[in-house]
Design a protein. Sequence first.
Length: 477
Amino acid sequence: MPLKIATLDNHCTMLSDQVLEDFLRQLRGVVIRENDPAYDNSRRVWNGMIDRYPAMIVCCAETSDVMATVKFARTHNLRVSVRGGGHNVAGKAVCDQGIVIDLGRMNSVEVDPEIPSVRVQAGARLADVDEKTRPLGMAVPVGVVSRTGVAGLTLHGGLGWLLRRDGLTVDNLLAMDVVTADGTLITASATEHPELFWALRGGGGNFGVVTSFEYRLRPVTSQVWFAAVLYPYDLAQKAIAFWRDYMATAPRELSSFCVLRGKPMQAAGQKIPRQPVVAFLACYSGPFEKGEEAIRPLREWATPVADFSGPKDYHLGVQRLFDKDYPPGRCYYWDSLFFDDLDATTINCIAAHAEQCVSSLSSVNIWALGGAMNHVPPSETAFGKRDCNFMVAVEANWEEAEGAPGNIAWAVDLVDALRPASRAGVYLNFPGAAAGKLSLVKGSYDGNFAKLQSIKKRYDPDNMWRGNFNILPECDG
Ligand SMILES: Cc1cc2nc3c(=O)[nH]c(=O)nc-3n(C[C@H](O)[C@H](O)[C@H](O)COP(=O)(O)OP(=O)(O)OC[C@H]3O[C@@H](n4cnc5c(N)ncnc54)[C@H](O)[C@@H]3O)c2cc1C
C-alpha cells in the first residue's frame, strides 16, 4: 500500500510500494508503521501528554541506517524527528505523519580506560553509561534520573550531581559522530569541524543526527555523601535564603538543589512525612572523608521533619534515587528560568506560588549553578547561560490527562510571575513555552545565537532539522 507521509513544508506526499521497498532493503533495523502491533508502544514517549502519529518509525540498528534514512527523507523532502531516549518533556522526538529516526537500539557504551574516556551511542540512557563507568571509579557528569536519554540531555547542556565540580555534560565532550542533513557521517571535535563541535554543545538537534558521543571520564568515589533533608514548608522563604547563601561559599564539589513541595508528597520508596516540605538535596563528590562536613550545614540549619542523608553508592544509589518518582506515561509540563541572584521578592514569589500547586506530584526545584560551569567562558560553547547562578525548574506532574489545564496554568502563572526578574530564555531540556516560541529559544542562547544561525546555515541550510527547538538558518542580506 502506498504510504501517505508529511513533507518538510507541511504538505503530504504518497510514497509508492516500490520506493518503500527500495528503502527498507537498505536497512538493518526495522521499520514500524501504523498497522504494526508495536506501533502504539513505539510512538509513545516518556510524557503521557504526547500523542503523535508518525507515518513510520525507523528503529536504526547502526549508523548506516541513520545515513540511509536521512538520505531517503532528503530525497523525498520528508518531515523527520530524532529520538534519543524519548524523555524530552515537549515530545519533540516524535512527529505527526513524518519519519521518526529512533536511535533506541543503538545504545552501546565502550570505555577506554587509558584516556580515560567513554564512547556512547546516541540511544543510550544515563544508566547504561553509569553501569560501564562504575567499575573504573569514573563517571560522566550527566543528569539525575537514570532512565533519561543521554543524547537530548547532552545536546542541550546537561545538569547533574557533578555540575559544579566538572561542569555541564557538554563540557566533558571530546567528540561526536554526526550524520548531517545530506546523509554523510562526519566527526565533530576540537580539531575536526570545530564550529559544528561548538554548536552541538548546547545547540540541540539543529545540526544533524549525532550517532555517538565521546566523553572524558571523571573520577568519582564509589561512596559519596548525599544530603536529603526535609524542613516544614512554613520555613520555605528562610530555607531558600539560607541555602542560597550557603551555596555561594560551598565547595565546588557540592552540587545541590532546593525543592519545594507545596502539597504533601507521594514520593515512591521513602517514608516521607505527609506534609508540605522544603528540601535540601546535595551530593558531595570530593574526598569522601570531607563529605559529611560539607553537607552538615544543610542538615543542621533547623529542625528537619526528616533527614535521609548519608553515604550512598554514586552510580547505583544517587543516580537512581529519583527514578521511581518519574514513571513513563504520567503527565508532565516543565519550564525553567535562569537567575543571576535570588532576591527576596523572587524567593517570596516562588514560595507563595509553589504552595498553590494543583497536584501533590508537582514541585519547584531551584538548582545552584556556578563552579566549573561558570569557569568556562559563555562564548566557548553554544550553551548560553553559564554565568547564571541559579536555575528555577517548575515541574507540573500529574496523573490524569484531564488535569492538564489546571496543572499547566499553575506552572505558566509562576513562570510569568518570575519572568521579569529572570534572564531571557529557558533551559531547553526543561523547555516549557519554548517548545513553540522562537523568541524563547533565541533568548536561551544569549550572545551565541547569531553564531549558531551562521553554523546552521552551513550545516543545515534548508532547515531539515526543524521539529526541535529550532534555530533558523541565518538569512542572506
Ligand atoms: C525524568 C527526567 C529527569 C531529567 N533530569 C534531568 C537532569 O537531571 N539534568 C538535565 O540536564 N536534564 C534532565 N532532564 C531533561 C532531559 O535532559 C531532556 O528531557 C532531554 O531532552 C532528554 O534526552 P532524550 O534523548 O531522552 O530526549 P529525546 O526526547 O529523545 O530528544 C529530544 C530532542 O533532542 C534532539 N535529539 C535527541 N537525540 C538526538 C540525536 N542523537 N541527534 C540529534 N538530536 C537529537 C532532538 O531534537 C529531539 O527532539 C530530565 C528529563 C526527565 C524526563
